[in-house]
Every structure is written in structure tokens, then in C-alpha cells.
Design a binder for this molecule. Sequence first.
Ligand code: PMV
Length: 310
Amino acid sequence: MTRASAPGKSILFGEHAVVYGRPALAVPVTQVHADVDVTASPRAGIWIHAPNISLHEELSSLPSDHPIASAIHNFLFVCRVSPFPSLDISITSTIPVASGLGSGAAVTVALIRALSSYLSLDLPNEQINQFAYEIEKLHHGTPSGIDNTVITYARPVYFIKGQPIETFTVGAPFTIVIADTGISAPTKESVGDVRKLWEADKTKWETVFDEVGEIARTAKERIENGDWRLLGALMDANHSLLQQLTVSSPELDRLVETARRSGALGAKLSGGGRGGNMIALVEKDAAAQVSEALMSAGAKRTIVTEIANG
Ligand code: PMV
């Protein structure tokens, strides 16, 4: 049996503007992960078992644009695997779906990595990332590529669409609390709505994207210098720009407010928005108190994670 895993991710700064070429910062979240096991199957065919989504099917019976089927087809085609081996592929994930933690990209990365290692191809990260990006397009429409990149490399990433991957050093570790609104919100929709705004008034929204990009650039410097406490104000500023972009929601705003009132240094939504997760920057010893306040304010669950070098 061959097993591969991939972590969840959180976007610290720059979501949405990143689709328009501005920089964004994202970090892996190792408390949640997707895991894929590949074994030889006694039955002919490629059998996919994904109990989280009640999927137990042979590859050829899945629609060709199904993200899992399409990842496997792409992989077998590009790597010229012939004839197809008989396989049992088991996919599990602790990453909540459609909540901004990168569940789709993590499943693809773990799947490609497990297949590549089972077939002794050992693809480099660069190629795994490329496969995962192609599948992200099925999930999202016009993804920037930030999710698949941070998840493939499992390191903090300063991401600019179309540019070579740039990791960065965390000068001093810091803690964030991630809280889930429990509302599942497809990123494709919020990204589509931002596009409509932008198409209606490019000058106005380009200025907003510039401001978001400037926040991400400043945040990177502060993280590298170990000045992480200064990220709080940047999170607050980024959240209000995301509100202007209409991708927040009453539930996200309530959790963001609660985090600030219960001792966080700053807070913002994270990812596509409208639902999914928010993040709050905290002193390590305030994490429990902020988590509790978020749960009392309606969060479905929280994850406390330390951001450090990978
Ligand atoms: O919803 P998530 O966590 O997959 O994040 C999407 C991030 C966006 O910037 C909104 C879209 C993208 O492709 O970068």
C-alpha cells in the first residue's frame, strides 16, 4: 500500500485580489489533512472509495468532469500509464468541504502524490502542483492557483499568479485561531460576483485590489521581521476591503467582531468568503479564550494553529 497526505491551508492576506495579479499570503494548516491510500485491486478497474462523500465507484462510471475522476485520468494520460493498473484508491479527509481550507486541492495533491509514488514515478512538486491547478479550474472556474501551491509545497507561500513560487521565512512563530461559520459557500460564486463588480467599474476595484496587495506585501515584511503583532491591524484593514468586495456575510462579520472583542489582535474572513472560515491573530495564551468566545458566538468549530517555518 502507498499512502500520501496533504494539509489544509489558510489564506492570511490577499484573497480575491490575488485572482487579479496582486500578492497573497497563505500557510499550510496541518491539523486537518487529506489522505489517500493506493493498493493493487483484486478486481479489474480503478475503484475509488471516498466515504466522506459516499463515493464508491469504478473510475469509468464517474462523469469525466468529476474532480477526482479527472485528476486520475489526467495523471494516467500525462504520465502515459498503459495499460491501466487495477487499483483500490481510498480517499479520506478531515478538511471541511467548501469552507476555505482547501479541501479540494488537498485531495487532488494527496491523490496525485499517492498514484505517482505507487507507480514509482515520484513526480516533483512542480508537476504535482500543475496537475492540481488543472483540477482547481474544475472546482473554481478561474482560480489563482494559491490553494494548490501552498498545499503542494506545505510551506508558507507569498503567491503572485503566474510567477515562480516564493516561500518566506517566519521570523517568529505566531498563533491564529481559525473558526468555521458552518456555512458552505462555493468559492466559484464569490469569485464570479467579484468579477461582475470589477467588470462594471474596473478603475474603482483595481484601486481596492491595489490596497489589498499592499497589505499582503507589508504583512510579508512584518512576518519575516518577527513583527507578527503588527499583523492584527493589517487583518482588520483587509477584512474591511473584503466587505467592500461583498464577500463577507453577517455570520463572518459576527465572528470577526467577537474575536476582536475577546482579545484577538485582529481578524478577517479567510478564503472565498460568504461563509467558510475566518481567522484571528492571537497571543498564544489567549487562543483558548478567543476560541471559546467564537464557539459561543456560533462557530461550528475552531482550529488553533501555530504559523512557523515548514
Ligand atoms: O475559498 P478558498 O479558500 O479556496 O480560497 C479562494 C481564494 C480566492 O482568492 C478567493 C480565489 C483564488 O482562486 O485565489
